[in-house]
Design a protein around this ligand. Structure first.
Ligand SMILES: Nc1ncnc2c1ncn2[C@@H]1O[C@H](COP(=O)(O)OP(=O)(O)OP(=O)(O)O)[C@@H](O)[C@H]1O
Ligand SMILES: C[C@@](O)(CCOP(=O)(O)OP(=O)(O)O)CC(=O)O
Length: 426
């Protein structure tokens, strides 16, 4: 290793997307290794709109592993962080940076400590899979820093030990998490199905209902489901295996009707097993959220039915945020008009922050200010049954996005979150 008195800092920055499951993971067969009771399939979201950026640094000057999340120091002592750090360190290799005169041998890594800084460009712990992008980015960036020579599939098995859904964020496009059979989890990995260019007509709109932190974590929610629900076994053993085969075929063939049917059915069944969970008590604010979920579902289902062929699929995770996947740009325009008609912003809301992400969709429908939203006609499928009341201000904002690519390295130090001289947050 280079002379410790030099106090050099070596850094890597990476960006990793989040993902949303269309066939859900819900339930573990091993809590520590994070092994699922069924396979799952997700779509990776465009990191331009939802991603984690993580910088990892190593220096002989660091005396402990430290991490800052969104600028605030957090503890790395939790089992999930420790498992990821241990597994990556065990695979570290020699690293040489000739320009900086740094040479780290495989053995040195045992004694070197790391600093980690991470930032999510979307709300954390609010049901938008921050743990997925976060742990995938942690593992990916550490693997690059430590010159780990394993492919993303092997890295996914490490990210999985941080958060199950994180393993699917190691690839772009549509991704399957194979639950695996081995007790040590070695075959429980993510497998890319198709990349993000395969079905590039799809457009995704996320209705963010509440960006506050959730009340029940997915981790404890699914534990209670496995312990108390009689339905979950039927779902994992009978329903999901068939759906996985059908979903893979629908994705390969870009068969939107089958894709929609499976995605909506699986989201609904996920809600059904939650309702079948003892202790799944709803407080008043959660009941209001459930009502909102049903309003969104009803708006989508009425439209799909009136068109004869599905135009949009819906899916929800462990919170009220709706993820709506539209078949193409034309149906996205029609969807956005419907969403804005039913869920207009409060009059004081700035339209620029009400629809974020790919704003060109707003240009497509000619909406420039709130008056244009107020002037939207009722969608034809509700003619004669126009609701007396619109749900003004019930959605915080919409994110317009699309299927996206997997993790990437960011070159240069300008986007790094740690200072190149001190290795402390910028
Ligand atoms: N950028 C990040 N780097 C490392 N860990 C992160 C990062 N962002 C979030 N996490 C971890 O994930 C936890 C949040 O996970 P949680 O499952 O509660 O929420 P979520 O992933 O946003 O929602 P859901 O899983 O329901 O979609 C945080 O408390 C933190 O431990
Ligand atoms: C509903 C889900 O989003 C559940 C995600 O659960 P997590 O991956 O957050 O849970 P842990 O493995 O305990 O960290 C469905 C899914 O993403 O497949």
């Amino acid at each position: 290793m280079a002379d410790e008195s030099q106090k050099w800092v070596l850094m890597v920055t990476a960006q990793t997307p989040t993902n949303i499951a269309v066939i859900k993971y819900w339930g573990k067969r091993d809590e520590n290794l994070i092994l699922a009771i069924n396979d799952s399939i997700s779509v990776t979201l465009d990191p331009a709109h939802l991603c984690t950026t993580t910088t990892v640094a190593v220096s002989p000057a660091f005396n402990q592993d430290r991490m800052w999340l969104l600028g605030k120091e957090i503890s790395l002592s939790g089992g999930r962080y420790q498992n990821c750090l241990r597994e990556i360190r065990a695979r570290a290799n020699d690293v040489e940076d000739e320009k900086k005169g740094i040479k780290i041998t495989k053995k040195d890594w045992e004694n070197l400590r790391v600093h980690v800084a991470s930032y999510n460009n979307f709300p954390t712990a609010a049901g938008l899979a921050s743990s997925a992008a976060g742990f995938a980015c942690l593992v990916y960036s550490l693997a690059k820093l430590m010159n780990v020579q394993e492919d993303n599939g092997r890295l996914s098995a490490i990210a999985r030990q941080g958060s199950g859904s994180a393993c699917r964020s190691l690839y772009g496009g549509f991704v399957k998490w194979v639950m695996g059979k081995e007790e040590n989890g070695s075959d429980s990995i993510a497998v890319p199905l198709v990349d993000e260019r395969h079905w590039d007509e799809l457009v995704i709109i996320i209705a963010v209902v509440c960006s506050r932190q959730k009340e029940t974590s997915s981790t404890s929610g699914m534990r209670e489901t496995v312990e108390t629900s009689a339905l979950i076994e039927h779902r994992a053993k009978e329903v999901v295996p068939k759906r996985i085969i059908q979903m893979e075929e629908a994705i390969q063939k870009r068969d939107f009707a089958t894709f929609t049917h499976l995605t909506c059915a699986d989201s609904n069944q996920f809600h059904a097993v939650c309702l079948d969970t003892v202790n799944f008590l709803l407080n008043v604010s959660q009941i209001l959220m459930v009502c909102l979920i049903f309003r969104i579902i009803s708006c989508v289902e009425k439209w799909n039915r009136s068109e004869g062929t599905p135009q949009v699929a819906y899916t929800f995770d462990a919170g009220p945020n709706a993820v709506l996947i539209a078949r193409n740009r034309t149906s996205t325009s029609l969807l956005l008009q419907r969403l804005l008609f039913h869920f207009p912003p409060n009059s004081e809301t700035d339209l620029n922050s009400y629809v974020i992400g790919d704003k060109s969709l707003m240009e497509d429908i000619g909406i420039q200010d709130i008056k244009d939203i107020e002037a939207l006609p009722p969608p034809p499928e509700i003619k004669g049954k126009v609701p007396a009341q619109k749900y003004k201000g019930e959605i915080s904002y919409f994110i317009c996005t699309r299927p996206g690519r997997g993790p990437v390295l960011i070159s240069g130090d300008s986007q790094a979150l740690l200072h190149p001289d001190s290795g402390l947050p910028k």
